[in-house]
Design a protein around this ligand. Structure first.
Ligand SMILES: [Zn+2]
Length: 739
């Protein structure tokens, strides 16, 4: 090595090493100190180990909606399996409904400034002025012998004390009886569940979610999940089997996680017949309840009730919707060893777009996500229409988007279809690949948005979908308020979660796939991650490690920049120098002509701004013997000089102004009108993180050089990407101006 360094000094090649005046930031150093270390449960390659363990909770629930006072009450028996190697002296239970209590902090506070003119609803978000008896009443907690168990409530979580520790490998049965007032969804900001009232026909649609006390996650890297629910950071839940009975007025229709067990008791003969036909309808949805029937049903009143029975296997949650208003359609989707029912439930207010588009969008998601990861395993995939938001649960999602007077703009329809694809897609992330949403929103939203955008691009090519260009306005934003993707869910502003937790990871995966790792390797690695962690609890480290392990790529530089900083990409094409080699074989006269074209490309300011000065003619001299060191052989130098004669040699210098190290795509526009692309890997920034110089040999003469011509890297300023510097406006600039 020493000899090499001497050589490089002797030849003056060490400019890159010495020219750097700014501090080295270690952009290619390993991120081991920034992520959770591997342990006995998680391997260094990013997979669950043979010793991986995970807790499990099965639920038997009986619940009733009292539609007179909107109170939901229930009793549940939890069977908790302690698969950990630890003895547990207490359990933690999630009580998310307690968020609606006035004293619990939530995201209403984003409207923290009182203004002269403040919408009354915002004042409600801010102050919770409406007196509302929110949260759980816990009626009892009993062990399997019927003895009361001691508990303590800390806001949205409850600690249940055990008289004797639950030993490693043991199972515990206990029951909780509870009730809570269902909230009016319009009362709270970011309300994922509750009821929606329709004043015109005096009907209610219940969207019931995070409704029963649920086991908190206990795992190998966190112990008990201990972050409170503050409405933004969602859920961390264990898998299990569910056996759920729900009592509602007998004119209600229920859509729920799982498979209906007593259709003969709750559906009419006609509905059952239509459903059996829909199970064989693979090309289009069939109506189980028609709009006319739903219109009739919503006019009825009844004091009688019906109990709907559902079972769901290996899910991490259970949600349902109940109303008199539902129109219902269903279509079958065939997988290799099972059939899934894609189903939509919507009120007449969703017509006609919901009948035309909802189930079709479910099917699009089932197809693209299954190909990209693993086949959708569950028997149902349901989309229920709501007034707003999009919210996901296993097998069922609540999706906003309704026409006004039967009409919907194209943009609103795109949003609605995008929402349905997105929420159905959440079945993969986090409902099956079950990351901790409370802690890392980007892990489910980012991965899901990445596949959601792929689904839109593949199945709805006329729609707008996210590309690296989409993130440019965010990436060029005010750094003082930006946070890295690796920020916990509740520490990001509601205004920026979309950009930081959904779009930025999506664009990161797009860059890895399309421009850094390559489609084939990246797709296989993404699939590997999904399959390694399905029905398990991955951490960011497991994703980072798997993508490296399965692609054979050190991506730490990419994770470090894209996930752990708020730096952006801004490459500046600082200079392009044009050279030609002095040709010994030319006669004196020609050589003189050639030499006379030599104009110093390094003018007084140090740089040429275009190619008008022509090439600088350089001499290639015979290499001194000393440079060959111990070698007795010599390369054929005259031949090499001959080979390079007449070629155009271009030396380009690029400055990294944004801070993020990225590959560089160079587009050469030749004087004959043709174009060519060269790609430099991100590693060109390894030694000097601020400036990189690279030499190219071209047959043709170059007219113009452009960096990132296909907008692959979200370069925030493309005005400094071209040479000659006086270049005309790029297509992107004109495009932006038109906007
Ligand atoms: Zn989402």
């Amino acid at each position: 090595m020493r000899q090499l360094i001497t050589l490089c000094l002797a030849l003056g090649l060490c400019q890159a090493l010495t020219a750097q005046k700014q501090p080295w930031q270690g952009k290619f150093e390993p991120i081991d100190q920034l992520i959770t270390a591997p342990n006995t449960s998680r391997t260094a390659s990013g997979a669950p180990s043979k010793a991986y363990w995970q807790q499990r909770a099965d639920y038997k629930i009986k619940a009733t909606i009292n539609t007179q006072n909107n109170i939901l009450s229930g009793e549940e028996t939890i069977t908790y399996y302690n698969n950990s190697p630890d003895d547990l002296t207490y359990l933690w239970i999630q009580l998310e409904q307690n968020i609606n209590r006035k004293e619990n902090e939530d995201f209403g506070s984003i409207f923290g400034n009182i203004k002269n003119n403040i919408p009354t609803r915002n004042m409600q978000f801010l102050t919770r002025a409406i007196d509302f008896p929110a949260g759980y009443t816990i009626k009892h907690i009993k062990d399997s012998e019927g003895n009361s168990m001691t508990s303590m409530v800390n806001n949205t979580m409850m600690k249940v004390l055990l008289k004797t520790p639950l030993k490693a490998g043991e199972t515990l049965n206990f029951s909780i009886a509870w009730s809570y007032p269902i909230t009016d969804r319009s009362m709270f900001l970011l309300s994922r569940e509750g009821y929606e009232y329709f004043p015109e026909d005096k009907n209610t649609m219940y969207l019931i979610a995070h409704w029963f006390p649920r086991m908190a996650v206990y795992n190998d890297t966190e112990g008990w999940q201990n972050q409170q629910f503050q409405r933004l950071g969602e859920f961390a839940l264990e898998f299990g089997d569910y056996d759920v009975e729900i009592e509602v007025p007998d004119n209600h229709i229920i859509a729920a996680t799982g498979v209906l067990q007593n259709s003969d008791k709750v559906l009419t003969r006609k509905q059952r017949f239509r459903l059996s036909k829909a199970r064989k309808s693979f090309d289009k949805p069939l109506l189980i309840i028609t709009p006319e029937e739903a219109r009739e049903n919503e006019k009825t009143t009844s004091k009688r009730t019906k109990t709907w029975k559902f079972k769901a296997k290996n899910v991490r949650d259970f949600a349902f919707a109940s109303s008199k208003k539902f129109i219902w359609d269903a279509q079958a989707y065939k997988f290799s060893d099972h059939t899934t029912m894609a189903m939509s439930y919507f009120p007449k207010e969703g017509l006609p777009v919901w009948q035309e588009e909802s189930t079709k969008a479910i099917v699009a998601a089932l197809e693209v996500y299954s190909n990209a990861t693993f086949e959708y395993p569950y028997p149902a995939a349901i989309s229920v229409n709501t007034s707003n938001v999009g919210m996901e649960f296993p097998m069922i999602s609540f999706n906003g988007g309704r026409p006004k007077n039967g009409k919907m703009t194209d943009a609103a329809k795109e949003r609605m279809i995008g929402t349905i694809i997105h929420e159905v897609g959440h079945n993969w992330f986090p409902m099956i690949v079950s990351s901790d949403e409370r802690k890392w929103m980007w892990m489910d939203e980012g991965l899901n948005t990445y596949l959601h955008q792929r689904t839109v691009a593949e199945k709805y090519p006329n729609f707008k979908s996210t590309t690296p260009q989409s993130i440019i306005p965010y990436m060029s934003g005010d750094k003082s308020i930006m946070r890295p993707i690796m920020t916990t869910s509740d520490s990001e502003s509601l205004m920026r979660i979309g950009s930081n937790f959904y779009q930025k990871p999506t664009v990161g995966f797009q860059m890895l796939r399309n421009s850094i790792v390559g489609k084939e390797l990246f797709d296989a690695a993404f699939k590997e991650y999904a399959n390694r962690w399905k029905y398990k609890h991955p951490n960011p480290a497991d994703l980072f490690r798997t993508l490296e392990d399965a692609t054979g790529s050190d991506l730490d530089w990419f994770y470090r920049g894209w996930f752990f900083t708020t730096d952006h990409v801004d490459m500046e094409l600082d200079n392009v120098k044009w050279f030609k080699v002095y040709e010994e074989q030319l006669n004196i006269e020609d050589q003189h002509k050639k030499k006379s074209t030599k104009i110093d490309s390094e003018n007084k300011s140090g740089k040429a701004t275009d190619f008008s000065n022509g090439p600088e003619v350089i001499n290639m001299t015979t290499t001194p013997d000393a440079s060959y060191g111990g070698f007795l052989s010599r390369i054929d130098e005259p031949k090499l000089r001959k080979q390079l004669a007449n070629k155009n040699i271009y030396e380009i210098t690029i400055n990294n102004k944004g801070g993020l190290v990225m590959p560089v795509t160079i587009e050469w526009e030749y004087t004959d009108g043709t174009k060519e692309i060269d790609k430099l890997p991100a590693q060109i920034w390894r030694i000097n993180e601020y400036t990189a110089t690279k030499t190219f040999i071209k047959e043709k003469e170059v007219k113009k050089v452009n960096l990132d011509p296909n907008f692959e890297f979200a370069d925030t300023d493309i005005k400094n990407n071209t040479f000659p510097k006086t270049a005309t406006k790029s297509e992107f600039d004109s495009f932006k101006e038109k906007q």
